[in-house]
Write a protein that binds this ligand. Structure first.
Ligand code: GDG
Length: 473
């Protein structure tokens, strides 16, 4: 069994009891790490005045965790800067929000090079290397330049935009060229795969080789969709036995006979939170009989608070919320409950189950796991209804949801009404369709399928590597 080397921006180190960290990727890799020895490499999340060029190693059973600190300028340029102020908005089709700076881009390339230098010393000849997400696109290219010949795969968790959109970002052509250094590139949807292949062909001059491979010079790369899933059984169990949790009991008691609509998102402009609130406002205006009979709970933990655009979205949400609650609320009824705390997964699962409607309306999303978690948490005998943006990757699989355009407040308002009034028979029929979509690709299968394809994609001379390079060891 080859060793599995996972590289991601942040690393989830389990505690000493071996209890796995809660993150989706940690759950996804659990089984893969059980059958393969493992190394997980990435940023510790810490900033240090003089970061070491070699990682701190923590051993947990069969898996080693290798953590790098960053300097404050690295964090600013690589993480807050190019990754989250330039790449993130562009890849979510928000060209107007994208802030490119040459210094940030140089910082992004520098951190990727630093990581590659540290990792190359740890790579063994048969290791399978799996790199995650937009922070680390140039990593394979840096590893190849150091002579690493292993199979290297990349999974892109966020949307891959059309070439016309990506092309607006300075440096994007270089990124396309570096992505061709991977043996296998996974994206969330067929649309993303098509966009990336078109970008490689039209912009970088690659040639198509069969349905999902492209060639760029001597490099050969497969680009395929691997829609990420959730731990369906784990989530169902958590929702079934939320037990006697005070927060859940109080929420249920506070609702009384009122219906609950739930939204759960990191506070991010891609998630469409103020737009969603306005759609709910439109619903209440158009359906005054629902005033006082429905509550919308929005959970939105703060994220990336050092990035200016996130302070702006936070203000926009608070203003919209205050305006709607002020104008439509009544003594004894607040239309929108908004919380910026993060809750344990079991509580989240219990809240999803309490809600008659899951309102998941991102303006653009790679996949959106909340949509899947909401469905998994439902009571099979009396399931709620999912209202889902057609611009979430999840919409490609979850066609039994009420699919909406989040830019159209009237359309979303109408879907809310339809969801609240839907009869039991139709709710069960739609829920069963959604559950079979979920079960067809849960998170463990997702990781296993990607790794199987990566093993098949090969490595070594002429495949995913420039000629004339020497091995690192
Ligand atoms: C990126 C892509 C893609 C949220 N609040 C709490 C909490 N969460 C959890 C949810 C869910 C996760 O965070 C969010 O996942 P999403 O998929 O919705 O969105 P991103 O964070 O933007 O993730 C996305 C994903 O990567 C995976 O590839 O689907 O498109 O943007 O699991 O439950 N978890 C807990 N408390 C909270 O308050 N415990």
């Amino acid at each position: 069994m080859p060793r599995l080397v996972v590289v991601s921006n942040r690393v989830a180190v389990p505690d000493t009891s071996g209890k796995s960290a809660a993150g989706g990727l940690a759950v996804a890799l659990k089984e893969a790490f059980q059958s393969n020895r493992g190394l997980w490499f990435g940023w510790s999340g810490k900033v240090s005045a003089h970061p070491s060029a070699t990682p701190r190693i923590t051993d947990r059973g069969r898996v080693q965790y290798a953590l790098m600190d960053l300097s404050s300028i690295d964090r600013q340029e690589y993480y807050n800067g190019f990754a989250n102020r330039a790449l993130w908005p562009t890849m979510h089709y928000r060209i107007g929000l994208s802030e490119f700076s040459r210094a940030d881009y140089a910082g992004y390339l520098r951190v990727n090079r630093t990581f590659a230098n540290a990792l190359a010393h740890m790579v063994e000849p048969d290791d399978l290397i799996w790199v995650h997400d937009y922070h680390l696109i140039p990593l394979a290219s840096e590893l190849r330049a150091l002579g690493v010949r292993n199979s290297i795969g990349y999974f892109h968790h966020i949307p891959w935009p059309a070439p016309e959109v990506l092309g607006t970002l300075p440096g994007s052509l270089e990124l396309l060229r570096t992505i061709a250094e991977y043996n296998l590139v996974g994206v969330q949807t067929d649309r993303d795969a098509d966009n990336l292949r078109r970008g490689l062909i039209q912009e970088a001059g690659a040639s198509p080789i069969g349905p999902d491979r492209v060639g760029l010079g001597k490099l050969r790369t497969r680009v395929k969709s691997f829609p990420i899933g959730i731990d369906v059984n784990g989530f169902q169990q958590a929702a079934r036995r939320p037990g006697s949790n005070r927060l859940l009991t109080q929420t249920a008691a506070g609702l009384g006979s009122r219906k609950l609509i739930i939204g759960v998102d990191r506070l991010d402009y891609s998630k469409g939170i103020p737009e969603r609130m306005e759609s709910f406002e439109r619903f209440l205006i158009g359906n005054p009989d629902y005033r006082g009979r429905v509550t919308y709970l929005q959970i939105a933990p703060t994220s990336r608070s050092e990035v200016p655009e996130y302070a702006t979205i936070s203000r926009a949400v608070n203003e919209t919320l205050g305006r709607i609650n002020g104008s439509l609320g009544e003594p004894g009824w607040v239309p929108i409950h908004y919380v910026s705390n993060s809750y344990p997964r079991s509580i989240l699962a219990g809240l999803y189950r309490l809600a008659q409607v899951g309102l998941v309306t991102p303006m653009r999303d790679g996949m959106n796991l909340v949509a899947k978690e909401y469905v998994a948490a439902q009571n099979p005998d009396d399931p709620g209804v999912l209202v889902l943006s057609k611009f979430a990757g999840a919409a490609e699989q979850m066609t039994d949801a009420l699919l909406v355009n989040p830019n159209d407040r009237f359309e979303v308002a109408e879907a809310i009404r339809e969801a609240l009034q839907m009869g039991l028979e139709e709710r069960i029929r739609r829920w069963e369709g959604l559950m079979s979509a979920l079960r067809a690709s849960d998170v463990t299968q997702w990781a296993a399928t990607f790794l199987k394809d990566l093993k098949r994609s090969g490595s070594g001379a002429g495949v995913g590597r420039r000629e004339g390079q020497e091995a690192a060891q």
